[in-house]
Each structure stands twice: as structure tokens, then as C-alpha cells.
Design a protein around this ligand. Structure first.
Ligand code: SIN
Length: 286
């Protein structure tokens, strides 16, 4: 049998709501069409793909990401005219881990990213795991009455004031004022049809959620709290214990994630890029 890139790839689903480990491929090499289609299909099916032993330079990381679509610029970097598409999450003794609550990246943009990609550069000897939640299963697990209630609702997304204050400290008034002016709060459907499969996902993002539009403040807060509660249920999660040079790619439309900060004060360094996405929508027949 002739060996091809595809014939060497092995995909093993995790014993969890989502996630699969992929082996037999060196992500420094370009993927041929068949291998790329296989990995895209696995990503659509399993939502998070884990690859061990992928020691990617920033350029190789970007080249890998670019096979999945146009790469996203960080909104602050683009206001500063930077073409940089790679960024780093660096936890040190002086700069503790951010420990953001559950989120899908940059959901406050009108077109949030489609995929996130992390490559672990330096990993502490313990702690610092990342957990992803399956927003398809979360929607499926709601009672028909609650599904009916949330379908068609819109959730307003916006960074917390602290984010803009931090940008102001680091980048000054002009950039911050433009960032705020160019990114007014955005409303996304609370139930989102997946852009590839059409499958409905509960598009929650506690980090950036303000309120559900059209409900009283109280009703919005209580409905959001009851939905957000489910994110902590391990039945909907996959948890990844990082090793150096792991690469993980995930679907931002059907997952939220959060990184634990229990490695503090030990050093952790991640290299990250994201692939651009489209405006979230909900279609009743999905
Ligand atoms: C994040 O987006 O919260 C970072 C994920 C990680 O560092 O594992």
C-alpha cells in the first residue's frame, strides 16, 4: 500500500463529550488536500483536536493556521497598524495567570474567530490544564421548554470595563477610544446554528456576556445564571493536561474554554493564533 499523509493519521476520540487526539502527522509540513479535509472533518465532529509533539515556530504555527482560513488580527494590534497574527500567553511570578472565566475568544466582535490554535511552548510540571465545554450537548440537554425559550433570544457581548482600562494603560487614550468606538456591544443569537453542520449550540460566553436583550434585568440574570451553571458539569467537558509542544485546535462556534491558574507561580508560555470566522446566526430549521 502506498503511504500517504492521510494513511498515517490516526484519530482517537476522547472518552468525553468532545475532543479527539490526532497522531501520525507533523504539523510543520503543509497538509495535502486529503489530509486537510480529514482534519477539518474531525474538527467539525470532535470540536477540539489534540496533537502531541508539535514543536512549531511562530511562522510554522501561522502557516498551519492559514490552511483553515484567514488569520485573525488582535483588535488592538490592528488599530496600531500591526500585521502580527501570533500572540503569547505568558504566566510568570510577576504576572499571574489571567484565569478568565469560560469564554469563546473575542465573542464581542461582530465576526468572532472560527478556530483557536494553541501551541504549548513551556509547560509547568503540574497544573495549568485547559478545559473545553461542548455547547452542542449543552443545548441538547436542555428541556424542550427551555430550548424553546432560548431559541431566538439574543445575548449582548462586550468586554468588561477592566479590559478597556488595561488597554488604556498599555496603549493610550487614542487607541482605546477608537477600540471602543469601533466595537460597540454586539448582539449574537443565544442559540447559534453551526456554520458547517447547522447543529444548534448554546452560544454562551460568561466572560463577555452583558445581558439577554428583550428581558428584564432580573429575568436575564437568572436565565443566564441557570445556563452558565451547566458549564461546570464535567459531563460536557474535556480537560487537557498539557505537555510541551502540544498543539490544540478548537472550534470557537461550539465550545467555550478556560485555563486553570493552579500552576502559579510557575512559568507557562503558550503561542496562539486564531482563524477568522463569520457572523453568528440562528436558523430555526437547523
Ligand atoms: C485562554 O484563552 O483562556 C487561554 C487558554 C490557555 O492558556 O490554555
Amino acid at each position: 500500500m502506498i503511504e500517504t499523509q492521510t494513511s498515517r493519521i490516526e484519530i482517537v476520540p476522547h472518552d468525553a463529550a468532545l475532543g479527539a487526539s490526532v497522531s501520525g502527522v507533523d504539523l510543520r509540513d503543509p497538509l495535502d488536500d486529503e489530509a486537510l479535509a480529514l482534519i477539518r472533518a474531525a474538527l467539525a465532529e470532535h470540536q477540539v483536536l489534540f496533537f502531541r509533539n508539535q514543536d512549531l515556530s511562530a511562522e510554522e504555527h501561522l502557516a498551519f493556521g492559514a490552511q483553515f482560513g484567514e488569520l485573525c488580527a488582535d483588535p488592538v494590534a490592528s488599530l496600531k497598524g500591526s500585521l502580527k497574527r501570533i500572540s503569547y500567553i505568558e504566566d510568570t511570578e510577576e504576572r499571574p495567570p489571567a484565569e478568565f472565566p469560560w469564554h469563546t475568544d473575542l465573542s464581542w466582535l461582530s465576526e468572532p474567530p472560527a478556530f483557536g490554535i494553541l501551541n504549548a511552548r513551556v509547560i509547568p510540571d503540574s497544573g495549568g490544564d485547559t478545559i473545553w465545554v461542548d455547547l452542542f450537548s449543552l443545548y441538547d440537554a436542555l428541556s424542550p421548554e427551555v430550548q424553546q425559550q432560548v431559541r431566538g433570544l439574543k445575548l449582548r457581548h462586550r468586554p468588561k470595563p477592566h479590559y478597556f482600562e488595561t488597554v488604556r494603560v498599555h496603549h493610550g487614550d487614542e487607541i482605546t477610544d477608537r477600540l471602543i468606538a469601533e466595537n460597540p456591544p454586539v448582539e449574537h443569537p443565544l442559540v447559534r446554528s453551526h456554520p458547517v453542520s447547522g447543529r444548534p449550540a448554546l452560544f454562551l460566553c460568561p466572560l463577555y456576556a452583558e445581558f439577554i436583550t428583550g428581558l428584564s434585568a432580573e429575568s436575564s440574570a437568572s436565565l443566564l445564571a441557570s445556563l452558565v451553571d451547566h458549564l461546570d458539569n464535567p459531563a460536557f467537558q474535556v480537560r487537557w493536561q498539557w505537555q510541551e509542544h502540544d498543539l490544540v485546535i478548537w472550534d470557537e462556534a461550539s465550545t467555550v474554554h478556560r485555563a486553570l491558574g493552579d500552576h502559579y507561580p510557575r512559568y507557562r508560555r503558550m503561542q496562539r493564533c486564531a482563524v477568522s470566522g463569520s457572523r453568528p446566526y440562528f436558523r430555526e430549521d437547523s
